[in-house]
Design a protein around this ligand. Structure first.
Ligand code: M6R
Length: 606
């Protein structure tokens, strides 16, 4: 949700910055901009390709800042594109976040004769630094003084044309990572643009600012006290953040599912004893034994993973579970006590709604756990314990491989907590053994991608889609519908199959097809009846069925077969054909599946 990137070193800054923006592109594509002290500023509406086309050959320098915008304040025009500057055009700011008190600061600065050109909150910061520079006479001190005045969220890259080698950043509620190279340093919203230059990074914490030059990096608090940051080495490989021959990241990431699942369970199963060994939970293992209740908080796809987690944990660990979207949780008065675990699920580890829910829960005494993919992210750092997904970077805005990994991680946590309680070793062993078989079963589903493409083509003219499922596959129906609508922009609705008769069934006719998840599990017969209800209204049905279920053919118009597995693990398999179907459906419509309109990866605003 907006991306910042800055460079200072000896290389051609324009090349480094534009290249970096390309890897950050999933964070925003309303506009892009670049400032290089020796060369000037270029901005363009739309994605980074438009900016690249505008940057002249002789746009040279050895440092600079760049930005990708996901619009909040002000329309996505060139005027509103970042970086924004002060009156003199000397101080330039690239910003991810929202300055909440921008209006009052702007009014104050207008009285002091500052002239504003954009509608953005960010421009206020550039002018405020200009104003404070008059008093402080020092760039760093002026930035610190300004950041002490603003309220809201920010991840920043600030350049000053009179000190071209120096870039300043600050972080409050929006991620910032420093990349430490040989005679060059970087600032970015996440490691993806840094990876090709260095794997040594420092994640900034809220309330910290950092000043980088080619040969130094210094971190301070907003009281100007020095902080010693801890460098970390990123394990992710640059190739993981590239398309690797695929047309889109989304397809590449769906196809990575078998490997992702292996990485999520690697070293975490003791099959012979039916146990999960989760190092990230060891420090709180004794507390977890006494836990009476779990509240899962998450957003979007991660929320649907949480719903599956609820079914797993209640059935196999016997712990009452509630699941809530982060944006609702924080604004009501949830009843929480010391026996409650708050479990956050987040791919990016930066989703503000989820993060704030965790903070609220911790304030009320809950133990906070995380299932997070992005290593070193804010949620990973602010939770008391948790497990990493190890799914590798997910670039496509539509979450796919992270979802598969989240479901897998939740099954591991269920095994861990279940075995602390009533789950038998035999049951634990069955779950562990079945998890190990899943990569091969996923391969079998991925092998049907041409068939899924042909189905997507057959149904591509549909303007609506209903997704139905029951029990473990009810959340998968919700997730399947989300996948389709977010990248195809058509109306898709997910619904518990038993709920259809309470309303959604009214929509069904010959032009309103249904994707029915009808696996051979404990609710199979019920699903078949629900499909009959649709058939009776002339609705077309694509059924997702277990291999060998021939009777489904009698009700459905088309059938996608998936291998049999344990019911609790079946969502891991059923999610994949729905991801592929959504992908090919959107592609058939000629849409940019990796960058759906109005959306961005990593939602760091409310
Ligand atoms: O990074 P997170 O897992 O916290 O993100 C949560 C949602 O924003 C995310 O899953 C979103 O719904 C995806 N676009 C869905 O594909």
């Amino acid at each position: 949700m907006c991306g910042i990137f800055a460079y200072t070193g000896k290389k051609n800054a324009a090349e480094v910055l534009l290249d970096g923006l390309t890897s950050l592109e999933y964070r925003g594509y309303d506009s892009a901009g670049i400032f290089i002290p020796e060369a000037g500023t270029v901005k363009a509406v739309g994605a980074v390709g438009n900016l690249k086309a505008k940057v002249p050959q002789n746009f040279k320098g050895q440092s600079g800042i760049a930005h990708l915008r996901w619009a909040t304040h002000g329309e996505p025009t060139e005027i509103n594109a970042h970086p924004h500057s002060d009156c003199a055009g000397e101080i330039w700011v690239a910003h991810n976040g929202i300055i909440e008190n921008y209006k009052e600061i702007k009014d104050k600065l207008i009285k002091k004769k500052h002239t504003f050109v954009s509608d953005t909150d960010t421009e206020v910061l550039a002018h405020l630094i200009e104003e404070n520079l008059k008093k402080e006479n020092d760039f760093e001190k002026a930035v610190i003084a300004s950041l002490r005045e603003v309220r809201g969220t920010y991840g920043l890259a600030i350049a000053y044309s009179k000190e071209p080698e120096k870039i300043i950043t600050g972080r409050m509620g929006a991620p910032v990572v420093l990349g430490l190279g040989e005679n060059e340093n970087f600032i970015a919203s996440d490691p993806s643009p840094i990876l090709r230059h260095t794997k040594n990074v420092i994640y900034l914490r809220d309330g910290e600012i950092a000043v980088i030059t080619p040969s130094s990096h210094n971190i301070y608090t907003l009281d100007h006290n020095r902080v010693i940051g801890t460098p970390e080495t990123i394990e992710w490989d640059i190739s993981q953040a590239q398309k690797g021959g695929y047309e889109h990241f989304m397809l590449k990431e769906i196809m990575e599912a078998p490997e992702v699942l292996k990485n999520t369970i690697r070293g975490r199963l003791i099959v012979k004893d039916g146990l999960a060994k989760l190092g990230g939970l060891e420090s709180v293992a004794d507390k977890l034994r006494d836990v009476k209740r779990i509240i899962i908080v998450a957003c979007g796809t991660a929320y649907y993973a949480g719903l599956v987690g609820e079914y797993m944990l209640e059935e196999y660990a016997g712990i009452p579970v509630e699941v809530e979207v982060g944006s609702e949780f924080r604004y009501r008065k949830p009843v929480i006590d010391g026996d409650t675990i708050l479990l956050a699920i987040s791919q990016s580890g930066e989703t503000l709604d989820t993060l704030e829910a965790i903070r609220e829960g911790k304030r009320k005494g809950a133990l906070a756990l995380g299932v997070v993919n992005a290593i070193g992210s804010t949620i990973a750092r602010e939770t008391d314990a948790g497990i990493y997904n190890h799914a590798g970077p997910e670039i496509g805005v539509a979450s796919t491989k992270a979802f598969i990994s989240q479901l897998t991680a939740l099954s591991l946590i269920t095994l861990f907590l279940g075995r602390q309680r009533q789950m038998s070793a035999t049951m634990g062993k069955r779950i562990a053994e079945e998890l190990l078989l899943l990569p091969e079963k996923i391969e079998a589903i991925l092998g049907q991608k041409e068939y899924l493409q042909s189905l997507a083509e057959k149904y591509a003219d549909s303007r609506d889609f209903l997704y139905i499922g029951r029990k473990y596959n009810y959340p998968i129906a919700l997730e399947g519908a989300l996948k389709l609508k977010e990248i195809s922009y058509i109306h898709a609705e997910g619904c518990g199959a038993g709920e259809m008769k309470h309303g959604p069934l009214a929509m069904i006719d010959e032009n309103f097809p249904t994707m029915a998840i009808a696996l051979r599990d404990s609710v199979y017969e019920k699903m078949l009846s629900n499909m009959q209800e649709i058939k009776a209204r002339k609705g077309k049905i694509i059924a997702l069925a277990t291999e060998g279920s021939e009777e489904v053919r009698g009700v459905a118009d088309d059938v996608i077969y998936v291998p049999k597995t344990l019911e609790m693990l079946s969502p891991i398999l059923s999610a994949i054909p729905l991801q592929l179907f959504a992908y090919y459906f959107a592609r058939q419509k000629g849409l940019n599946v990796d960058r759906p309109r109005n959306l961005a990866k990593s939602v760091t605003v409310e």
